[in-house]
Design a protein around this ligand. Structure first.
Ligand code: AMP
Length: 187
């Protein structure tokens, strides 16, 4: 199964993605995790991405597309995968569709939208800032990341809706409740 997780920062994509990994036995591909690892390791890619990440802006499409393409080719991702944080704009979504076709892989099966109200998102990101100390979980950066989500990523709901792949799940409640909703939605 090939799943895209959609939702604002802090909507629970990472956490629910991990639960899907355990349940479905397919890997999760997180461009945010890959970029943070590159920044921590001080690689060239990390240096290119760092400023945009700290400002809550999107990293250049070529960079994240390169990360995903390399990861999709690995053996463990051949039976399926869960994408967390990619695609984040329509261009990336189109490139992803073309990439799967080019690699002879089946298309995305479902785009799961985790829906959470803005005030709850802000509350969660503040908590995460305290717990994890992420550079991009600061007040002004949080606000900017939500704006970027609304402007660039939210249109992907219509993109996947047009492909009849979009399922929307309420991302509030206990982790297990949300997970059960996701399982129900992906069938
Ligand atoms: P995340 O952990 O998914 O919230 O990602 C953290 C940051 O990494 C984002 O705010 C962006 O700066 C960058 N990033 C992650 N995924 C992407 C993507 N698909 N396109 C562009 N930038 C990304």
């Amino acid at each position: 199964m090939r799943i895209v997780l959609l939702g604002a920062p802090g909507s629970g994509k990472g956490t629910q993605g991990e639960k899907l990994v355990a349940k479905l036995g397919i890997p999760k591909i997180s461009t945010g995790d890959a970029l943070r690892a590159a920044v921590a390791a001080g690689t060239e890619l990390g240096l290119l991405a760092k400023a945009a990440m700290n400002a809550g802006k999107l990293v250049a499409n070529e960079i994240v597309i390169g990360i995903v393409e390399e990861r999709l080719e690995q053996a463990d991702a051949k039976p399926g995968f869960i994408l967390d944080g990619f695609p984040r704009n329509t261009e990336q979504a189109k490139v992803l569709d073309a990439m799967l076709l080019r690699h002879g892989q089946p298309a995305i099966d479902k785009a799961v939208h985790l829906q959470v109200e803005d005030e709850e998102i802000i509350r969660r990101l503040h908590l995460r800032a305290i717990k994890e100390g992420r550079h991009d979980d600061k007040e002004d950066v949080i606000r900017h990341r939500i704006e970027v989500y609304n402007a660039e990523t939210h249109p992907l709901l219509a993109y996947y809706e047009a492909q009849h792949k979009l399922v929307t799940v309420q991302g509030v409640g206990s982790l297990d409740e949300i997970f059960e909703r996701i399982l129900g939605a992906i069938g």
